[in-house]
Ligand binder design. Sequence first.
Ligand code: PA5
Length: 445
Amino acid sequence: MIKFNANKAYGFINEEAVKGYKQAVAEAQEALHNGTGKGNDFLGWLTLPTDLTDELLTDIENVAATLRRECEVVVVVGIGGSYLGAKAVIDALNNSFDWLQRDRKNPVVVYAGQNIGEDYLYELQEVLKGKRFGIVSISKSGTTTEPAIAFRMLKTQLEEQVGKEAAKDLIVCITDRSRGALRTLATQEGYKTFVIEDNVGGRFSVLTPVGLLPIAVAGFSIREFVNGARCMQEACGLGVEFENNLAAQYAAVRNELYRSGKKVEILVNFHPKLHYVSEWWKQLYGESEGKEGKGIFPASVDFTTDLHSMGQYIQDGERTLFETVISVETMEHEVRVPSNEANLDGLNFLAGRRVDEVNKMAELGTMLAHVDGGVPNLKITLPRLNEYYLGQLLYFFEKACGISGYILGVNPFDQPGVEAYKKNMFALLDKPGYEEASKAIKARI
Ligand code: PA5
């Protein structure tokens, strides 16, 4: 089971004050589980782990097996909640040099539609030339501009490379049950589809086909991942008292830190594989809590790499920060520091010791230094980096986010703020229907 420890925050906030959130947490839990709070039409994620049927998991595994058999590369097309969960899990589990391995058993999973970089798309198209590739196109609304542009290009390229009929079997769409352009197109073309239910928002969708299909394509066990999430669903359930409920405790501590003036939470890892877990977490908390002029700003660093860039600020800069460290107990591989006769670098005192011991001491030393520097530290410990514990971790963060958002008093399940840039972009691009907005915005520049 993953663990949560807030001891290194209690010099900054009072443990009793955190316990004082028990009532607010209980109310938030009730509101989530009884569907009486804000955004209650988006609570499908709460029971996703136990709602997932064997039939759906088998269907996902079968489609993944076909793509794995037929493709050297699978392009996952999506943005925000429609790609971050899959990338977080795949990167955390994959060999760090996956694409360089010659005897690979799995297709390389790459991503598109998460930006509008022209060079990115050009380079992707170039690298896919002559390759057997497939596409998993993901958009809940089915109308998001970035993935729609990428899908248009990739679909055309695939059809040119293998013909329209063969392309059909290499394209899978994950979208709304009945609405949106992607649903219409998939129906017209006869693509295999999976559904994102109305009551699951993008950033809470990793335990739907949105996350599960790409994870299965990459060769990882979605059953283990779901089992981990099921375990956490139970461990953070409605009836679980505060003292044993990790999600409730994390939600309470971070709210008390926020109230005490700690406005920025930095998610810290000591393993580069976890970089995208942080990216997923930033979307989850940023989009859920950052509204109505409120909310902790979610940031992230990869240590020890970023100790050589951001370390100075965290140690000594504005004291509005707290850190949440994701610590991994046991490594999958063993590497020891070699001995060296000349010992010019003076590192023979480490000879024969595990590299992970050095990393763990860097982790501990950093935590103590940052606490000394005025940065409260929270710690989440994963026994290992595998599907099961990642399932636990992601569900834990989701549950804590729901509770935390309700304690903060916002609707954690909407994202009205993300429309502003889209309106401006469409007005600037003269989209039909935006004539007045076009005139108005052009007058400002
Ligand atoms: O969490 C969210 O709702 C958003 O980040 C969406 O996932 C993102 O905007 C992509 O939307 P869609 O899946 O409709 O293309």
